[in-house]
Ligand binder design. Sequence first.
Ligand code: R5P
Length: 315
Amino acid sequence: MMEVKIFSGRSVLNLSKSIAKLLNIELGKSTINCFNDGEINIQINENIRGKDIFLIQSTCFPVNDNLMELILMTDAIKRSSPKRITAVIPYFGYSRQDRKIGKFRSPITAKVIADILYTTGVNRILTIDLHSEYIQGFFNIPIDNISSSSIFLKDIKKIGLKDIVIVSPDIGGIKRSRKIAQLLYNNNIVIIDKLRTKANTSQALNLIGNVENKNCILIDDIIDTGKTLCNASNILKLNGAKKILSYTTHPVLSGKLEKNLKKSNIDEIVVCNTIPLSKKMQRLSIIRTIDISKIIAEAIKRMVFKKSLSGMFID
Ligand code: R5P
C-alpha cells in the first residue's frame, strides 16, 4: 500500500482513523481551518505526487460545511498531482433529493452534488447504502455503492432472536430488506405502506404481511426525525408484534427525534458510524452504534489491488 494515501475531512475523523489503522497506513497530513466568517482554509502537508488518494468525508450535519470541505480538499489534492482521487463518502448527504418533488419547480440536488464532485476532480466514488440506487447514474465517474447488509446480518445473528421477520418501513426499502431476509431465512418480508406528506413528515397507513407474535426487524437507510420508524413500530405493535428492533445505516438524527422515540414501540435502534453521534444522541441508551470501518477498509483494499467488490453490494 506504499502508493496509497488516506486523507480525512473533519466529519468522520474517528472512522477514518480506524480505516487507516486497519489498512496499516497513517492518515495523510492536512490542516483544515476556518476564517472568522466561516470560509474554509485547507492545506495538504505532504507530497502526494503520483499517489492513489482516498479522501474520506461524510456530507452529514453541518451538511454544507462538510460538503464544501470535501470539495476544497479534493481541489487541494488534485492540484498536488496525485494519480487518482477516490472520494469515500460513507453518508452521501442530499441523496434524498434525487428527483423533482411536488408540483412546483425544484432542483435535483443529488445530481447537482454529483456534478460538483466530478467537476472538482474526483475520479471515483465509494459510498454506503445510497438512498436510492439510481443516484449512481447521476455520476460520470465510477461509483461503488457498498452495502451494510453483511454487518447487520452478523449482528442480527449474534443477538439470536427467534421468530424473526424482516420489515421494510416503506416501498423504497424493499430491496434492502429483502436482501437481509434472503440471507437470514427466505424471501418473505413485511412491508409498510408509508405516506410521505412533506419532508420530515410521514404516516404508516397499512401493513402488508403478518407480524403476530413475531420479533420484527426494521431495515432502513436513514433515521432522521425517527418518524418513519416510530410510526412503523406502532403499526407493528398494533398488529401483534413482540420485540421491534431497527437496523438503519445512517443516523442523521435531527429534529424531534427524542420526542418521537418516546411515542414509539421500538426496543432498540442499531446504526452505523457513517455519521458520528452528537453527545446528546450518545446518551440515548436505545441507540447502539456498529462500526463500519472494516467493510470500508476491505473495499479500499480491493480497489487498490484491482479486485472485484462483488458480494459487497445489494445484488
Ligand atoms: C425515506 O425514504 C428514507 O428511507 C427514510 O425512511 C427516511 O429518510 C427517514 O426519515 P425520518 O426518520 O425523518 O422519518
